[in-house]
Design a protein around this ligand. Structure first.
Ligand SMILES: Nc1ncnc2c1ncn2[C@@H]1O[C@H](COP(=O)(O)OP(=O)(O)OP(=O)(O)O)[C@@H](O)[C@H]1O
Ligand SMILES: Cc1cn([C@H]2C[C@H](O)[C@@H](COP(=O)(O)O)O2)c(=O)[nH]c1=O
Length: 214
């Protein structure tokens, strides 16, 4: 049986990350792997309900952060951990880096509290004590907020996050930068301000260079 592999996709709204999730899933399936495609917040019936609240209902920053981690706890227990235990490749559209970027960077919420929640929520008996469940690779789609906003313009009714001004997304970007610097080995920076084909080339290179696809 193959070993489970956990890959997350990150970036500001409209960076273009979801566009490449299914392509990477197909590449792994073509190589004979079982793939679980999922997203955060969401991925389980309960977490999808929490997603609808987090994206649409007015709330204070602590409530928002708690909802993200509550959804994540359910998602990890119901979907991610079982899939990894089966040996699947798990492709997750956003994970905890989004909380540090959006709630920490964007909202200015206390990073120490987020780190504590991360330790509680991502501890798992599947890993040695003191080790947290984290992606093996995080594909970080970096793009200027103005470019991302243009891509989303008119596409759908904006939610509580998508309707934030460019300055919010500049803070979110800085939040991602800080996480990428702190955990450089886990992050692959994708220059997402390029045509789709060139973005895809960077995605597949990041995976191949780690020996996970030929
Ligand atoms: N490289 C690209 N160049 C131009 N447009 C793109 C590119 N990649 C994706 N798009 C378009 O930009 C829009 C947003 O793409 P996508 O949904 O993949 O972004 P996202 O990062 O997943 O956004 P969100 O987090 O808000 O769901 C879509 O209309 C998509 O077709
Ligand atoms: C996981 C997570 C997500 N968010 C925000 C980021 C996005 O604006 C939405 C999710 O929408 P998408 O179209 O599926 O990208 O939620 C957040 O603020 N904090 C998080 O932890």
């Amino acid at each position: 049986m193959s070993q489970g592999l956990f890959i997350s996709f990150e970036g500001i709204d409209g960076a273009g990350k979801s566009t490449h999730v299914e392509g990477l899933a197909q590449a792994f399936r073509a190589a004979g792997r079982n793939v679980t495609v999922t997203r955060e917040p969401g991925g389980t019936p309960l977490a999808e309900q929490l997603r609808a609240l987090a994206l649409n209902a007015p709330m204070d920053p602590l409530t928002e952060a708690l909802l993200m981690f509550a959804a994540r706890r359910d998602h990890l227990g119901q979907v991610i951990e079982p899939a990894l235990a089966r040996g699947d490749v798990v492709l997750c559209d956003r994970f905890t880096d989004a909380t540090f970027a959006y709630q920490g960077g964007g909202r200015g919420f206390d990073l120490a509290v987020l780190s504590q929640l991360e330790r509680w929520v991502q501890s798992t008996p599947a890993l040695p004590a003191g080790t947290l469940r984290q992606p093996a690779l995080t594909l970080w789609f970096e793009v200027a907020p103005e470019v991302a906003a243009q891509r989303l313009a008119g596409a759908r009714a904006p939610d509580r996050f998508e309707s934030q001004p460019a300055e919010f997304f500049r803070r979110v970007l800085r939040g991602y930068e800080a996480r990428a610097q702190a955990e450089a080995g886990r992050f692959a920076r994708i220059d997402a301000d390029r045509p789709r084909e060139q973005v895809w080339d960077q995605v597949i290179l990041a995976v191949r260079s780690r020996g996970w696809l030929a």
